[in-house]
Design a protein around this ligand. Structure first.
Ligand code: GLN
Length: 493
């Protein structure tokens, strides 16, 4: 089959995917772990990891090797993975990118990481992120910035990896792990995946447990995965998704079988493109990405329908009110008393709170706590929080109605490829605008995957996202898998 696709991104094919590693386990688990540790050390300048847990990884890999030799390997036996540094990991430091948690060593394991461990995964370490997930570039980490490995390969050493899961996306793209778990509150899995040329899947709200995840905005936070391929995302989702009695917002129904249904798609899928996104005026790269997306959908045999979502344009302001309000409440727990950093040399309790938080939090976190507290204060609550909550309901309803006529919706993941360090740091609003295409999905709780495949003029990767109806996670991966295969065929010709 000859495909008429342009500007295909040929390079993301990594040495070995998770699926290939699991299918072909002649490589000893310990050798595989050592190889990854060696690469992490050799590429320390990327700063993808905040904490590398090499000793633990070696011990886990030895145990996995024993199991594999005995023939009782589990689903992820011996697979070297990375974990975003906002999942609590027992006995491994968990900072959430913040100074205030610099010395925090959890005594318990988050549900998602516990499920990975129970499936035999090997943890290489904890990846860099914007402080508490607040940011779109990983420049808000208290542990230094992460470089974009795809940029580096093209000779640009000043590009962000995206955020907030920039460390996870960079680690996957640079083969410093086979895959990573991460979280997405307003795009933090999908946007860095797009910037680094890898796959990023944010499941439906509640599909993966939030128990043991450092909270940013609880009604929006959702754990998910960053991987090299859609199939790899399915493999991990089968392990980490599903109800958790410890998280009352976790979905009561099992999400389905991701790997088993990876190839089940409707013969003629109906795909919606929201006019509100199609008509966003942007760079020539954005326009080129759009026409590539439309070509790809045509090649896939899908019927494309242009749909109206009249309120979706209010998503960004609504998100930045709701997320900040929730953050101001969630971050009240960092008081210097129970855990984390405590200021020294203070004379009163109030001063201890003030100085602890002033020294422990970074600038962006303080800005958000202030704004969120203001928006929740008496007299302003109705004007901001309540209004934003209403917008959220309307956006969710419009999405749900649109999904009565289409199987999926598609639009770009981000308005541009990776941008430069410092480009948006002076003007926080310009940074928030980067999230234009990702936050509506979180407001409505929908599943969405960013798939790489196209390149910008300067050769950097650009992803597109495929959005499904609430609970339609398995279908999203199945159609993404089909599109990814088409892109692969096009790359080879
Ligand atoms: N960039 C968005 C924010 O700063 C989303 C971050 C995220 O998903 N954690 O809020």
């Amino acid at each position: 089959m000859k495909l008429a696709l342009k500007n295909i991104d040929p390079s993301p094919s990594p040495p070995l995917t998770l699926a290939e590693t699991l299918a072909n386990r002649d490589l000893e688990a310990i050798d595989n772990a050592e190889e990854h540790i060696r690469r992490i050390e050799a590429q320390a300048d990327l700063n993808a990891y905040i904490t590398v847990s090499s000793e633990r990884a070696r011990a886990q890999a030895e145990r996995s090797g024993d199991r594999l030799r005995r023939g009782d390997g589990r689903a992820l036996e011996g697979a070297p993975l990375a974990v975003k540094d906002n999942f609590c990991t027992e006995d491994i430091r968990t900072t959430a990118g913040s100074r205030i948690l610099e010395n925090f060593i959890p005594t318990y394991e988050s549900t998602v990481t516990a499920r990975l461990l129970a499936a035999g995964a090997v943890f290489l370490g904890k990846t860099n992120m914007d402080e508490f997930g607040m940011g779109s570039s990983t420049e808000n980490s208290a542990y230094g910035r992460t470089l974009n490995p795809r940029g580096l390969a093209l000779g640009y050493n000043d590009l962000v990896p995206g955020g907030s899961s920039g460390g996870s996306a960079a680690a996957v793209a640079a083969n410093l792990c086979l895959a990573s778990v991460a979280t997405d509150t307003g795009g933090s899995i999908r946007q860095p995946a797009s910037f680094c040329g890898v796959v990023g899947f944010k499941p439906s709200y509640g599909a993966c447990s939030r128990w043991g995840v450092v909270a940013y905005a609880s009604s929006l936070d959702q754990p998910g995965v960053i991987t090299k391929t859609v199939e790899d995302a399915a493999i991990i989702m089968d392990v980490i998704s599903g109800n958790d009695p410890k998280d009352s917002t976790s979905c009561p129904h099992p999400p389905g079988d991701f790997v088993q249904d990876l190839n089940s798609c409707p013969e003629r899928p109906i795909v919606g493109i929201p006019n509100a996104f199609r008509n966003v005026e942007g760079s020539p790269d954005l326009e080129a990405l759009w026409s590539n997306i439309e070509d790809l959908l045509r090649e896939s045999g899908a019927e494309v329908r242009y749909i109206d979502l009249p309120s979706v344009r209010y998503s960004l302001p609504a998100y930045y009110v709701l997320a900040l309000c929730e953050a101001s409440s969630n971050l009240a727990r960092y008081d210097g008393v129970r855990y984390g950093y405590r200021a020294e040399g203070v004379k009163s309790l109030t001063e201890m709170y003030e100085v602890t938080r002033a020294q422990g939090f970074g600038e962006e976190v303080k800005r958000r706590v202030l704004l969120g507290t203001f928006a929740l204060s008496a007299g302003y609550y109705d004007q901001y929080y309540l209004k934003a909550a209403k917008v959220r309901s309307v956006v969710s309803r419009e999405m749900a109605t649109a999904f009565e006529d289409v199987h999926w919706m598609v639009w770009p993941t981000a308005p541009s490829p990776a941008f430069g360090f410092g480009q948006h740091t002076k003007d926080p609003l310009s940074m928030y605008l980067e999230d234009l295409f990702t936050v509506p999905v979180n407001l409505a709780g929908l599943p969405a995957i960013s798939v790489p495949g196209f390149t910008a003029k300067n050769g950097l990767p650009m992803g597109f996202q495929l959005v499904g109806r609430l609970g339609g996670d398995v279908g999203v991966l199945a159609f993404a898998n089909r599109l990814e295969q088409l892109l692969r065929v096009a790359t080879k010709q």
